[in-house]
Design a protein around this ligand. Structure first.
Ligand SMILES: Cc1cc2nc3c(=O)[nH]c(=O)nc-3n(C[C@H](O)[C@H](O)[C@H](O)COP(=O)(O)O)c2cc1C
Length: 304
């Protein structure tokens, strides 16, 4: 189990220089984000040992710009369609384990996405899964505190419908090699059309009048933010600005609810990770803060 963390970040303006304390982001940020797709068909072979070692090393020392207690657990699954609905599990998989309050699950999104992007940079495929079969995960990777917690899953899937006690597998992902020929027609339609469409930046602004004031760096960053994955491709994030556009806020709209996905704060953390990476890619060293407002995780990513 790994608990990556980094303390003591300072928001320093260093245009042109990409420095990350302790460990750099060694992969190409934009091309990795552009290349990532949710894969729902895998070759039934384990990840090569050297690649797995690199991923585990990265997981151990991830340059996360805030304190957290997200655990990354690697586990093996059987080649059956039990763990993931309709999809055969590849041998290697990862679980992001955390407390279930809105801030913790949002941090799980941020931390998990950084690892998923690192895996992508190693040409591995992944797919965020919130609706995994909880009983099968518990069999493969015991993590619950009592067997009664299995009953909290929503019709058997996911950790629970809302906040609950103790730590849970907030989401899981397969980790492996894409198998193109394994896709049925419906999977192809989902993967190649619906799943990749994204809203335009202007549609994602809390205040659309802000659009004409956005600098090239902010536009670049929001473009990477809007490409984040979200459950059902809902793209529930909205971007706001504070401190004369030196702070980007990422949150879902007040009162947001999705009829099928119970934990949209996870997705908000994923998007915040893309925003942070976008600013890093433009040579900034942003500070990152997250707070809670009426059940919403509110991320503030500041360049000064
Ligand atoms: C938090 C989260 C949970 C998700 N859960 C599931 C899931 O349970 N089943 C599934 O097939 N896809 C799941 N997805 C994948 C999304 O459907 C996918 O990211 C979205 O359609 C965008 O497509 P892309 O990732 O290829 O860009 C999830 C994505 C996120 C971010």
């Amino acid at each position: 189990m790994f608990f990556p963390s980094l303390k003591g970040w300072a928001g320093v303006k260093r245009p042109g220089i990409m420095e990350v304390p302790q460990m750099s982001i060694t992969f190409s940020i934009k091309s990795t984000i552009d290349a990532r797709r949710s894969a729902r068909s895998y070759q039934m072979k384990p990840v090569d040992q050297d690649v797995m070692d690199a991923i585990k090393n990265f997981a151990r020392a991830m340059p996360i710009p805030f304190d957290h207690h997200i655990a990354i657990r690697f586990f093996h699954a059987d080649p059956t369609k039990v763990l993931y609905p309709f999809m055969k599990s590849p041998p290697d998989n990862i679980a992001f384990v955390a407390e279930t309050d809105s801030i913790s699950i949002s941090k799980a999104g941020f931390v998990g996405e950084l690892l998923i992007l690192y895996a992508q940079s190693k040409n591995l495929s992944t797919c965020w899964y919130g609706h995994y079969k909880l009983a099968e995960l518990e069999r493969l990777m015991p993590h619950l505190q009592t067997p009664d917690q299995l009953k909290e899953a929503n019709k058997g899937f996911g950790y629970s419908r809302g906040e609950t006690t103790g730590v849970r597998a907030i989401c899981i992902t397969p980790l492996g090699y894409y198998e193109d020929s394994g896709l049925r027609l419906m999977d192809r339609i989902t993967e190649k059309t619906i799943s990749h469409k994204r809203k335009e930046i202007i549609e994602l602004l809390e205040n659309q009048d802000d659009f004409c004031h956005l600098s090239d760096d902010i536009l670049y960053t929001l473009d990477l933010g809007r490409k984040a994955p979200s459950a059902g491709n809902s793209q529930m994030w909205r971007f706001g600005f504070e401190d004369s556009f030196n702070t980007i806020t990422v949150a879902m709209p007040p009162g947001y609810q999705h009829f099928k996905w119970e934990h949209p704060n996870v997705d908000i953390g994923i998007c915040a990770c893309h925003i942070w990476l976008g600013l890093l890619d433009r040579g900034w060293q942003p500070t990152v803060k997250v707070s809670e407002d009426a059940g919403r995780a509110i991320w503030k990513i500041s360049i000064e």
